[in-house]
Design a protein around this ligand. Structure first.
Ligand code: F3S
Ligand code: F3S
Length: 105
């Protein structure tokens, strides 16, 4: 899977959402999250993020290593909806993201 890391927080450019062929990039309050079971590893999202927040799971920079787990755990309460568009904005964040000060990136 691919992972959205800290640079997305409070930026939420959403260019990645337009690129994803399986609509597996979900919007939380302060960040977006990639569904690890729905992502087909096409890689289309990674180059379009203007703040370079997206990484292949093996390439997440070490300061942001916890974001691999955070992206997965974001879906603990949502499951696998099979598409982000129908959910729209999901009014919560992973605790890792929620705990960041404003504009922490
Ligand atoms: Fe975030 Fe970059 Fe997508 S800022 S919403 S990961 S384009
Ligand atoms: Fe979508 Fe990016 Fe995965 S475009 S399929 S989230 S690699």
């Amino acid at each position: 899977t691919y992972v959205i890391a800290q640079p997305c927080v409070d930026v939420k450019d959403r260019a990645c959402v337009e690129e994803c062929p399986v609509d597996c990039i979900y919007e939380g309050r302060r960040s977006l999250y990639i569904h690890p079971d729905e992502c087909v590893d096409c890689g289309a999202c990674e180059p379009v993020c203007p703040v370079e927040a997206i990484f292949y799971e093996d390439d997440v920079p070490s300061p942001w290593a916890e974001y691999t787990r955070a992206n997965a755990e974001f879906f603990d309460r949502i499951g696998s909806p099979g598409g982000a568009a129908k959910l729209g904005l999901i009014e919560h964040d992973h605790p890792l993201v929620a705990a960041l000060p404003p504009n922490a990136q």
